[in-house]
Ligand binder design. Structure first.
Ligand code: ATP
Ligand code: MG
Length: 208
């Protein structure tokens, strides 16, 4: 059966941690395509994103363009209001009624999602794969799984990926402070950030 990967996130900005996790999942689960889905308004974040949905989408597009199995999806940026994962999964279910859907997250997001009130319903729509992430232990996972019942066993997988202690929050801070982000984001994303003046970066911040 065809398997599709879905990687949701704020992507403010998209970095190599996202890409490494997505590609590891693609390989491990034999996913035909991985859709990167930047949120419009993330309902669960404390602070609003700094870049606009359109800018975050464009960075995702630039970062994924040269991977034949990666796609940038407009599903959430085109849907007004807060971006709920349940709505996105329903949309992909309709677009790919025959496919197995795998929602790819980091360890932090996996635990968060599974403790949402509609977690059980989420599990009926897709399987979840959580990529290990430095600083976010998965010890609590077995407990959370137990609370979710039988379906959780087959529908939740953990994937070991090379540890990249990179976060969008830290990248925004680096840009603001004039510190390098080279090799932490794709080159075109780096150029985009400085050209658009995102995160308080100055155009001259882009060294050749
Ligand atoms: P922020 O610091 O703003 O929260 P972030 O780096 O966590 O940004 P998000 O857009 O919040 O990025 O994350 C999207 C998805 O990517 C989440 O499932 C998150 O757990 C996962 N992810 C982000 N960074 C990594 C990483 N370094 N390794 C593995 N997974 C990651
Ligand atoms: Mg995050």
């Amino acid at each position: 059966m065809k398997r599709i990967g879905l990687m949701g996130g704020t992507f403010d900005p998209i970095h190599v941690g996202h890409l490494v996790a997505a590609d590891a999942a693609r390989h491990a689960l034999d996913l035909e395509t991985v859709f990167f889905i930047p949120s419009n308004i993330p309902p669960h974040k404390r602070e609003a994103p700094e870049a606009t949905p359109e800018q975050r989408f464009e960075m995702v597009l630039l970062a994924t363009l040269d991977h034949p199995q990666f796609e940038a999806s407009r599903v959430e940026v085109d849907r007004p209001g807060p971006s709920f994962t349940i709505d996105t999964l329903r949309e992909f279910r309709q677009m790919f009624p025959e496919a197995e859907l795998w929602f790819i997250t980091g360890a932090d997001a996996l635990l968060e999602i599974l403790t949402w009130k509609d977690a059980r319903e989420l599990l009926t729509l897709a399987s979840f794969v959580g990529a290990t992430r430095p600083g976010y232990p998965l010890e609590k996972l077995s407990q959370v799984k137990e609370g979710l019942g039988r379906l959780a066993d087959s529908r939740i997988k953990v994937l070991e990926v090379p540890a990249l202690a990179i976060s969008s929050r830290d990248l925004r801070k680096r840009v603001r402070e004039g510190r390098p982000i080279r090799y932490m984001v794709r080159r075109l994303v780096e150029r985009y950030i400085y050209k658009m003046g995102l995160y308080g970066g100055r155009p001259e911040g882009l060294e050749s």
